[in-house]
Design a protein around this ligand. Structure first.
Ligand code: FAD
Ligand code: MG
Length: 680
């Protein structure tokens, strides 16, 4: 039946057909539409093959015999069942799309296999047989095995040598912000990969796999055409600019030492755990590295299997299932949360129920609250969550000793500070030690050989991250290994000279204003203490002569220096510092040709760059199927949505798409199949 030419519109307008104008009709091209004018157009919204084509020939033009794909589903079916037809089309196009994608991936994969061979690689003789020298007459690795490989590498030989010691957060951020091929970069690290530490607690129980948290350093350094050297820095010869490195020898059985020359050395060796002088730490696990996470996972699974044996005595079972975590900071809390998740989600399902009911998780914290660097609200939220999950939180408690089967602690009464601490024993089948940081051996060595180094946990650097006491512009340190020191008292005389403009041996208010402005700019870490300059001036102008004497000034600087707290030992700080140095060196690289032409080896960093300024982007913590965020006094803690937000942040922070994909797969895998409970 041929209906009048109309376009049906949806809704109320349906009742009032709109006649198609003659010009619209001209847009119809197919013979069918021409022979059955506009009927299909008006009758079926879903029949796209009957929709007018924008490339339609004008009326009267000769129709060419063009090829048409067969319609799917057939037109008669589509006309009868428009919705089913649309669904069928969607399914068909999805299958087609997936098929095409798989085809492209397979094709790409096929092209990645190659049988390329390299013959006669040009190599410098000095790379194969390094000359010996330096104070200890060790081989000096001046030339790399790949220096003659291609034009770019040959060109790199003349570039300033940038040696980075360490392959963690700080080092990787630095590499990622350096311009490609501007420096002859060498990265030295005993590990061949960068590890994403914030997710290490998840790897301890198999929520994610360790392979999803690592990125090979060689891949990261390739961007700047740099070199990787597997080894550990041991010592430093600052006069000859040589860093002494221990590398494996005798097929990895032994070690040997060599020198790596540098123009600029960046120390990014991170930190180790602080023992706080506690006895028996050899019975504890640490959580700093990938092998640490693997060892913990092995021990957790071993304890569960041993506890599941009918031959295990009840007392031994109780001990095996007692997990003690010393340290109520983010690492300790996140590990405890992951452990509890695992017990509730997987152990309950696949092990005798008795085990889950006997598992005890203890978190020991020396302060009043866990997560004490976060807001009070978050600490309370975490404590309440742990109480609900039967995690025992021991606050105001210190570990005195760890033995193979127990932890001895002393507990203080927070209400009665004078009361004697009570000693208690906690049976333990597993102890995690995560209480603060200490120096790596290389950092310790550096602090020993340098003057003006007084910090007990890190090497002191100035606001440009230059190691104090080392020749200026040659040695930098960042991340956990470094602490920014604001040496106001040591700078006092220089500041006095600069700002006592009228030379009256006093600093009046206008001179003080300029001085405070300068200090705020040069020492961002201390800037908040130099904001109320009128108050400071009046507070330390003891004789009320409206001027500050040298003694008054010294007193003020000593008091303010004590108030300055260093940046926290976090990945966020390390990454920002790495990025800062990368930016600074990029700027310097642009001047390199001019400097070399003028026979100037280097520039003072102050001359071309501003000091390091940290921007806190907030803190995150996972607390067992929920998460907490803290940002400049604003805090938020919550359930699944917060947890997904927490995951998204870490997902976006990954160094590569590869680890992003792996992480996503791990999270989905855990959701569908649960954690892998195998023990290797
Ligand atoms: P690292 O990243 O520790 O890297 C040090 C590198 O130096 C390593 O590659 C090491 O092998 C290498 N090295 C050591 N000695 C030598 C040597 N002698 N010679 C050559 N190389 C050497 N921070 C956050 O901001 N958010 C978090 O959620 C968070 N969670 C954490 C969870 C865990 C379990 C841990 C352990 C830390 C966490 N941190 C977090 C802290 C963060 O990981 C550190 O602050 C950060 O790694 C410091 O970066 P870095 O570059 O100084 O040192
Ligand atoms: Mg004066």
């Amino acid at each position: 039946m041929i209906r009048p030419a109309t376009i049906s519109t949806l809704g109320p307008l349906r009742a009032r057909p709109i006649p198609i104008s003659s010009s619209l009709r001209h847009l119809s091209t197919t013979s069918r539409v021409t022979s059955q004018p506009h009927t299909r157009l008006s009758s079926n919204f879903f029949l796209s093959h009957t929709r007018p084509s924008p490339r339609a020939p004008p009326l009267g033009a000769k129709r060419s015999a063009s090829f048409q794909f067969p319609a799917f589903p057939p037109r008669s079916f589509a006309a009868q069942y428009p919705i089913t037809s649309l669904c069928a089309r969607l399914v068909f196009s999805s299958i087609l799309g997936l098929g095409l994608l798989t085809g492209v991936i397979l094709l790409h994969d096929a092209f990645t296999y190659s049988e390329r061979h390299v013959d006669r690689v040009p190599t410098n003789a000095l790379a194969l047989q390094p000359r010996k020298g330096g104070k200890k007459n060790l081989p000096i690795l001046e030339v790399n095995l790949d220096d003659e490989e291609d034009e770019v590498k040959r060109d790199m030989k003349g570039k300033p040598r940038l040696v980075i010691v360490g392959g963690g957060w700080g080092a990787v951020a630095l590499i990622q912000s350096l311009p490609p091929a501007a420096y002859n970069v060498t990265l030295i690290s005993p590990q061949t990969y960068f590890a994403f530490t914030p997710l290490l607690p998840s790897a301890c129980v198999g929520t994610v796999e360790v392979r999803s948290l690592v990125e090979p350093l060689r891949k990261l350094i390739a961007r700047v055409r740099g070199h990787f050297l597997m080894g550990s820095a041991m010592d430093l010869d600052m006069a000859e600019r040589l860093v002494e490195v221990e590398v494996p020898s005798d097929q990895g059985e032994g070690t040997m030492r060599c020198y790596v020359p540098y123009d600029k050395l960046i120390i990014a060796v991170g930190s180790t755990s602080n023992s706080h002088g506690v006895k028996g730490l050899e019975h504890c696990f640490q959580l700093k590295t990938i092998p640490d996470a693997q060892a913990i996972r092995r021990r957790v699974m071993t304890n569960l299997e041993l506890a599941a044996l009918p031959t295990t005595t009840p007392a031994e079972r109780e001990r095996l299932l007692s997990f003690v975590i010393s340290g109520g900071g983010p690492t300790g809390v996140e590990f405890a949360a992951e452990l509890v998740d695992m017990m509730a989600e997987d152990v309950l399902k696949y092990y005798p129920k008795l085990l889950e009911s006997q598992v005890q998780v203890h978190v020991i914290q020396s302060r009043d609250h866990i997560l004490n660097t976060y807001s009070e609200k978050i600490s309370e939220y975490a404590e309440k969550k742990f109480a609900r999950n039967d995690v025992t939180v021991w606050t105001n408690t210190r570990v005195q000793e760890v033995t193979p089967d127990k932890v001895i602690v002393t507990v203080k009464d927070p209400k009665d500070r004078d009361a004697k601490a009570v000693t208690k024993e906690i049976p333990a089948g597993f102890v995690l030690w995560s209480t603060g940081i200490a120096m790596q051996p290389f950092t310790k060595r550096l602090v020993d050989i340098l003057p003006n180094q007084y910090h007990s946990k890190a090497v002191e650097v100035d606001s440009f991250l230059r190691v104090q006491g080392a020749p200026k512009g040659t040695v930098y340190a960042l991340g956990d290994a470094a602490t920014v020191h604001v040496g106001l008292t040591t700078e006092l005389m220089a500041l006095w000279e600069k700002f006592d403009v009228n030379r009256d041996e006093k600093i009046d208010f206008s001179e003080w204003e300029s001085m405070a402005k300068y200090i705020r700019k040069q020492h961002p870490l201390a800037s908040q203490h130099f904001e109320k300059i009128r108050d400071l001036f009046e507070q330390y102008d003891k004789d009320k002569d409206e001027k500050l004497s040298l003694n008054e000034m010294a007193e003020m600087f000593m008091a303010l220096e004590k108030k300055v707290t260093s940046y926290p030992a976090t990945a966020q700080v390390a990454a920002q510092q790495g990025g800062y140095l990368g930016h600074m060196f990029s700027k310097l690289a642009k001047q390199h040709k001019v400097l070399r032409a003028n026979d100037m080896p280097d520039l003072d960093d102050e001359a071309y760059h501003s000091p390091f300024n940290y921007h806190h982007l907030g803190s995150l913590a996972y607390i067992g199927n929920s998460a907490a965020f803290d940002y400049n006094g604003w805090s938020f803690a919550g359930g699944l949505i917060a947890m997904y937000a927490w995951r998204s942040v870490y997902w976006s922070e990954q160094t590569s798409m590869r680890t992003r994909v792996l992480l996503m797969i791990d999270w989905i895998k855990r959701g569908i199949f649960g954690r892998d409970l195998s023990k290797f």
